[in-house]
Design a protein around this ligand. Sequence first.
Ligand code: ATP
Ligand code: MG
Ligand code: ZN
Length: 345
Amino acid sequence: MPKARSANSIRIRGARVHNLKSVDVDIPRDAITVITGVSGSGKSSLAGDTLLPAVAYQIEHGTKIPQSDADSPQFSKLTGVEYLDKLVPIDQAPIGRSPRSCPATYSGALDEIRKVFASTRESKTRGFNASRFSFNSTAGRCELCKGLGAERIEMNFLSDLFVSCPRCGGKRFNRQTLQVRFKGANVADVLAMTIDEASEFFENVPTLHRLLSSLQAVGLGYMHLGQGSTTLSGGEAQRIKLGTELARKSTGKTLYVLDEPTTGLHFDDVKRLIAVLQQLVDAGNTVIVIEHDFDLLVCCDWIVDLGPTGGDQGGYLMGEGTPEQIAKLAENATARFLRAKLKVD
Ligand SMILES: Nc1ncnc2c1ncn2[C@@H]1O[C@H](COP(=O)(O)OP(=O)(O)OP(=O)(O)O)[C@@H](O)[C@H]1O
Ligand SMILES: [Mg+2]
Ligand SMILES: [Zn+2]
């Protein structure tokens, strides 16, 4: 089995959460590592249930996580975490439960858009400030739907039904607010734009343009800024989190952990995602991806392969190494796919 470059790695020894068979894994800190293996093989047990809580604890408290039960600890040893100062887990959980939340609110784009509208001459003469352009502002929003743009009709046994608000027609703001225009568009027009359209529209507003570019980089250019968060797919929600995180200044010592980020992505989008993850690594950060997608496997720096099956018979480390090293392993399902992809035999 190929050996990890252990000098610059996060090293886990004796991981035994759930079905893991006391596995030893090294994860290089300046690389994209993909944890792969069939469903139930132990990927989430290793990343989400062993590594994440231990790293989170150590970053927060500055000391190693106490093992709850000394007779059956979750792992024997974890080293290399002291070089990290931030942990960013990026999962597929919804980005907001409020019916008013949307990609623009979650990413912070709306805060910047509000500043743009507040800076117009129209706003200044009317005395409108940035809060006027918030769904939460009683002065600015449509009072009938309270900024939701829709009326909720409760249905027995079914999820609530939403119908467009009869007063604002779904525009969410009141007439006076909508009279304020920037480059001919009001705030409702902007929320109706796709991220691609908005990125072009705001190309001269640097903070906003940077944020929108990050969302484009994770393949979300097609999404409308005002689409309700509750209507997003799991993969879309995850990419909004990733894109938003990308626009932030990275510490250069951050560990990003992504669970199945390629869900719903086409090959071109996977390539863009890899480029984005590579940027994070180039800045010194560490990226761990739990993934089945072989396009991503071929392009990553390091693979941790678990198997051979799910459940009790799984939880073994089948191999760790570069894609080329893993491809050489005999009797290994991941290796077979990699050989086909890498066109080696
Ligand atoms: N809380 C738990 N208690 C007991 N067994 C668990 C628990 N969580 C997971 N398992 C078992 O541990 C094994 C590994 O599960 P895990 O979620 O780590 O798999 P995975 O590789 O992430 O799979 P998938 O690709 O389907 O997400 C499975 O057999 C699972 O049933
Ligand atoms: Mg899993
Ligand atoms: Zn309304």
